[in-house]
Design a binder for this molecule. Structure first.
Ligand code: PMP
Length: 364
């Protein structure tokens, strides 16, 4: 609507307008309860129905098999960098990391405290613009799992298919923070999927973990209670006070995604938006550039630079004047980045592309 901007932030990020309006309409007095969701007991019947519906809608969206638990946790995806090795390994166990960007690298470094991670491939020498071919990977036979970051938010590198773990357990673990619920995923290929909510499915403060149930219950002895999946699974994510309002918001987003026709439909829209933007970059005769190899370009985070890098600050400033905000690239890579999550309307991408063409015409 008129008074909203197109928010291209990487996260916290844009949320669907109808979800915000619904939350607004229910904020003061949630469905006749006489209070807001923020004020209710997490053990009361209203909140129990909120969290149960959020879980069942997420299960429907991702077609999550029964043998997987869904946990609504706190601490961000960063906390999972520690929780995963703590729950799946002993301190002496090897685990494999395929690192395609700086989030995967952070996960690899944190895992060093609780396991013996091996870096089986890193995209760092090529500035994180590629994903290797899987056949050539040398995996560790006794590794407890293979970890990937399905979409690198800063570098804009996204797995389009997944490596088969060639280790004793056959487990693949994925950080899906920045492409969660952006497309269908075959959950049965993964031991664990985890994601912070604040990009595609809600506000910050909620972290979703989808884990095969047989992997729960072997946490290292020193694992803090808040990081032990068994505790959270046994208590249906209500061991302690959960991020109630955030879970409610995620639930509204899941409902909205189902109403849109589910993740196949959502993926179609995301592909179209990304195609328009990448085409604008590729057809600019080098005025705009995207460093990422074409086959692994992210549908969610589109990094780009200007050939005349001295114009980048002006680009960002002028775009903001036209209500397109948060286009500055991550401080570690510079340039620009347009995050175009599920909630970014096609009109937002079209407006950006029209602005890019106009900017080029004025500065070529
Ligand atoms: N992984 C990825 C892919 C991310 O994009 C982020 C956040 N930008 C994180 C992990 C860290 O998430 P959090 O801030 O929720 O801890």
């Amino acid at each position: 609507s008129e008074d909203r901007v197109f928010n291209f932030a990487a996260g916290p990020a844009i949320l669907p307008e109808n979800v915000l309006k619904k939350a607004q309409s229910e904020l003061y007095n949630y469905r006749g309860s006489g209070m807001s969701v923020m004020e209710m007991s997490h053990r009361g019947k209203e909140f129990l129905s909120i969290i149960q519906k959020a879980e069942s809608d997420l299960r429907a969206l991702l077609e999550i098999p029964d043998e997987y638990a869904v946990l609504f946790l706190q601490g961000g995806a960063t906390t999972q960098f520690a929780a995963i090795p703590l729950n799946l390994c002993t301190p002496d166990d090897p685990v494999d990391f395929l690192v395609t960007g700086s989030w995967g690298d952070k996960a690899f470094k944190e895992a060093q405290k609780y396991s013996q991670p091996k870096l089986i491939w890193s995209g760092k020498p090529e500035k994180y613009t590629k994903i290797p071919s899987f056949e050539d990977l040398e995996q560790t036979p006794d590794a407890k799992y293979l970890h990937i970051c399905a979409n690198e938010t800063i570098h804009g590198v996204e797995f389009k298919n997944y490596p088969t773990p060639k280790n004793a357990t056959g487990l693949l673990v994925a950080d899906m923070s920045s492409n969660f619920c952006s497309k269908p995923v075959d959950v049965s290929k993964f031991g664990v999927i985890y994601a912070g909510a604040q990009k595609n499915v809600g506000p910050s403060g909620v972290t979703i973990v989808i884990i095969r149930k047989d992997l729960i219950g072997n946490a290292q002895k020193t694992t803090p209670v808040m990081l032990d999946y068994k505790i959270h699974a046994e208590n249906n994510s209500l061991y302690n006070t959960p991020p109630c309002f955030g879970i409610y918001m995620c639930g509204l987003v899941f409902e909205d995604l189902l109403e849109q026709g589910g993740l196949k439909e959502v993926e179609k829209k995301n592909k179209k938006k990304a195609e328009i933007l990448y085409n604008a970059i590729d057809e600019s005769n080098g005025f705009f550039r995207c460093p990422v190899e074409k086959s692994v370009r992210s549908l969610m985070n589109v990094p780009f630079t200007l050939e005349k890098s001295e114009l980048e600050a002006e680009f960002v400033k002028e775009a903001a004047k036209e209500k397109m905000v948060q286009l500055k690239g991550h401080r570690s890579v510079g340039g620009m980045r347009a995050s175009i999550y599920n909630a970014m309307p096609l009109a937002g991408v079209e407006t950006l592309v029209a602005f890019m063409k106009d900017f080029q015409a004025r500065h070529a």
